[in-house]
Design a protein around this ligand. Structure first.
Ligand code: SAJ
Length: 410
């Protein structure tokens, strides 16, 4: 294995999505030779034309700098010292288990080109035991390669900041691999870097997202209880959180994204019967889009509006100020409505410029003009800044982000 003191260490990043691309850019700042690989030709040609699929604070500058430093993109896997795998790991809907096929494919292709003694780092989130079950056997029957798991822990919306400042966990089989990978991550990461074994690293990552899911579910359950008790859940959470050992998260219309709504299922799938709170939390969070619809129907009845086409849903993304719509509560809600043949509701999101749903509008003023009730599903900066223009509408603010008098809440 080459050390950093010798020739430039070559790192091949596999998967140039939300995690792989920013990680590659951070590493290109350093004295490594970086090659980014993705099987998506369209993405590679876009990157070659200097265009990125998503943007994050600070990323454009890094991208430009990286291109000037000869950061290369390709659809091929290359011979390298270290491989960092950042491909998606969805869950299988029927069994709730992790679908490791993209990671398996990536590692299989790496093994076709990698030299003996090179190192493969898996960044993709996997359920505990996945690497031993699916990845290690591929390597063991092929060649002598070192394995590491450095699960990504950055939050969309603050990717560059968190890549630099978050602590990292690195799961490895040997001290030597631990030290090499630590040196690589230390080149851009100012947080602490904790070395452990691979299965523990897998578990820590899934536990972090599960903890957040359970905490959000608690907030959502409190919302339902407080509605029944005619109490203000926001006041209750705000005040309870003043206790030094209480930190309840914020209720909302559901939990979306590719992480928190997915990872807890890995534990439910692998430990049925043991993962009880985890399962209950998933169910509560998954029930929220339906709960929004129940509240909406109450509000419509109260204000005497029954024409669905006069209702506007604000926000399609899974959370504020990102352009990612994966598993978003709005999409979940629209799908429930479709099942009940309730169509015609208008939808608008400032971050989504292409048509992804029926009756989607692309201009904020046009949207506001054409509806009587606005259901705020995402607290984008735009709606907070432009709340004056919706004051004369009936507002159902599921995120509690605008201070409009008379607005309805969850
Ligand atoms: N949400 C609430 N109430 C809250 C916080 C979030 O309803 O108080 C909702 C959001 O609106 C969104 C969903 O939950 O729909 C998830 O959003 P998020 O911002 O909590 O998290 P993600 O999915 O963007 O990123 C998470 C992060 N994990 C943790 O904070 C423990 C991130 O650090 C991980 O890297 C990422 O998952 C991942 O890739 O696993």
């Amino acid at each position: 294995m080459r050390s950093l003191g010798d020739n430039k260490l070559k790192i091949n990043i596999i998967g140039l999505g939300y995690i792989g691309l920013p990680t590659a850019l951070m590493l290109t700042k350093e004295d490594f030779e970086i090659v980014g690989t993705d099987f998506n030709y369209e993405l590679i040609s876009k990157l070659k034309n200097k265009s990125m699929r998503f943007s994050e604070n600070g990323m454009e500058e890094l991208f430009e700098e990286a291109c000037n430093r000869n950061f290369r993109f390709t659809t091929e896997y290359e011979e390298a010292d270290v491989y960092i795998v950042a491909v998606p790991t969805p869950y299988i809907k029927s069994s709730k288990k992790v679908d490791a096929s993209h990671v398996v494919d990536a590692v299989t292709k790496i093994l076709e080109v990698c030299p003996e003694n090179s190192t493969i780092v898996i960044e993709s989130t996997v359920s505990p035991g996945t690497i031993d079950r699916y990845i290690r056997p591929l390597i063991d029957e092929c060649k002598r390669v070192n394995l590491a798991h450095a699960p990504e822990r950055i939050i969309p919306g603050k990717i560059i900041y968190e890549l630099k400042n978050n602590s990292r966990i690195i799961g490895v089989d040997s001290e030597e691999t631990g030290n090499l990978i630590k040196t690589i991550y230390q080149s851009f990461c100012e947080g602490s870097i904790i070395i452990t074994n691979i299965r523990t690293a897998e578990m820590i990552k899934v536990v972090e997202n599960t903890y957040r899911d359970i905490n959000i579910a608690f907030a959502n359950e409190l919302t339902k209880i407080c509605r029944e008790a005619e109490l203000d859940v926001y006041e209750i959470i705000r005040t309870a959180n003043m206790h030094p050992r209480v930190n309840i998260l914020t209720p909302g219309p559901g939990v979306g994204g590719h992480c928190i709504s997915v990872d807890p299922w890995f534990l439910v799938g692998d430990y049925p019967g043991l993962a009880n709170i985890i399962l209950a939390a998933r169910k509560i969070n998954d029930s929220m889009p339906e709960y929004v619809l129940e509240r909406l129907s109450e509000i419509m009845e109260k204000v005497g509006i029954n024409d669905i086409s006069r209702i506007g849903v604000y926000g399609l993304t899974y959370k504020e100020d990102v352009d990612d719509i994966r598993e978003s509560p709005t999409l979940q809600m629209l799908s429930i409505m479709r099942k009940h043949l309730a169509t015609g509701i208008k939808v608008y999101d400032p971050y989504i410029k292409e048509k992804v749903v029926e009756n989607q509008l692309f201009d904020f003023d046009d949207f506001v003009e054409n509806v009587d009730i606005i259901v705020i599903m995402v607290g984008h900066k735009q709606i907070i800044e432009r709340q004056d223009s919706i004051r004369n509408k009936i507002i159902f603010d599921t995120r509690n982000v605008v201070g409009i008098e008379g607005a309805y809440h969850l």
